[in-house]
Design a protein. Sequence first.
Length: 183
Amino acid sequence: MNFKLSNILLLLSVFYFNIILSQNVVFTFSNEASLKGWNIVNDDVMGGISESNLIINNDGNGVFFGNISTAYNGGFASIRYNCKRQYINEYKNLILRIKGDRKEYQFRIKSSAEDYYSYVYAFNTTGEWEIITIPLDSMYPSYRGRRLNMKNFNKNYLEQISFLIGNKRNENFNLLIDSMILE
């Protein structure tokens, strides 16, 4: 019996190790995680009055929350993280584990933090914990809310990630974030 159990445990360990090797964690929130490197960028950069914040709750999840106001031509809030530049050519998808509030959000990436544009993927949330699988090559280039006449994401590097909400209406929002993983 011990021999069979040890073989099963060995197989499970190998399987788990192979899964870990095929993934690359971009960021995982936890009670020990630091918010250093995360920045809030709201519509006040263009005269708006929307407000947002990012905290880690007691369960160790990142919580991006706030209030969107369309006053003064505003209407968006975002959080941005400049990650260590990493080679991502071998990965096809970015996996988000999130819990939203039945609102639409955008996940954005940049291959260089210096790029003026981002690559965008819009997704709706269900109100439950869910996995959002983002094919990297489906992320389209955008600048200030306008789609650019360029190819979808086909870069070799990732240097910045962000979440944005901007649904053209006044609203409160609350997005719980567990992890962002390349696969």
